[in-house]
Design a protein around this ligand. Structure first.
Ligand code: FES
Length: 182
């Protein structure tokens, strides 16, 4: 059942959600299993926006006509859903066995200290996000970290600032080289 101001609600939600997500929700709204489609819908939102903002989850709940608590419940239950924007560069520290025995915990501590964030967090300047992972399939290089899609290894705690600097400098160079708008 839709409300009298359904058109306004829908228009507001369409400002927040990608068009294909709105179309997907339109198809499943009102079905007895509407809630069971939430995972797929939230995946689509995250793929488009990079994370699940509070506004996006609210729009999904309104459009799908399911309680907001149900949407946030799904989003927080599954650890692959991100509730905060990711940094420009994603750092994954391998905590698999081979890396762990070769000092991955010291690498993690150094990264946390240099970046001032913990796992699952993003630096204030949105430059880096930090995550942990299990075996990146390059155990021969242990301990390894992966920045975006590039593997670094073997890494020592002393290498951490050099690696971070490389990405920070690349970013600065990119900004300088960017054409002036207007
Ligand atoms: S355990 Fe780290 S790459 Fe395999």
């Amino acid at each position: 059942m839709t409300t009298d101001n359904w058109t306004d609600i829908k228009e507001a939600c369409e400002q927040v959600l990608p068009r294909d997500v709105v179309a997907c929700i339109d198809r499943v709204r009102g079905s007895v299993h509407a809630e069971s489609h939430l995972i797929a819908i939230l995946h689509m939102v995250q793929a488009a926006n990079g994370y699940l903002s509070r506004e996006a989850m609210h729009a999904v709940a309104q459009l799908a006509q399911v309680p907001l608590a149900k949407v946030t419940g799904v989003a927080t239950f599954y650890h692959y859903f991100r509730l905060h924007p990711r940094g420009k560069h994603m750092i994954n520290v391998c905590l698999g066995t081979a890396c762990y025995v070769k000092g991955a915990d010291k690498i993690s501590q150094r990264l946390m200290s240099d970046l001032g964030i913990g796992f699952g967090e993003t630096t204030k300047d949105h430059m880096f996000s930090l995550e942990s992972t299990r075996c990146l399939g390059t155990c021969g290089l242990a301990p390894v970290i992966m920045v975006d899609d590039q593997i670094h290894g073997p890494v020592t705690p002393g290498d951490v600032s050099t690696i971070l600097d490389k990405y920070t400098k690349k970013e600065k160079a990119h900004k300088v080289a960017a054409p002036v708008q207007g």
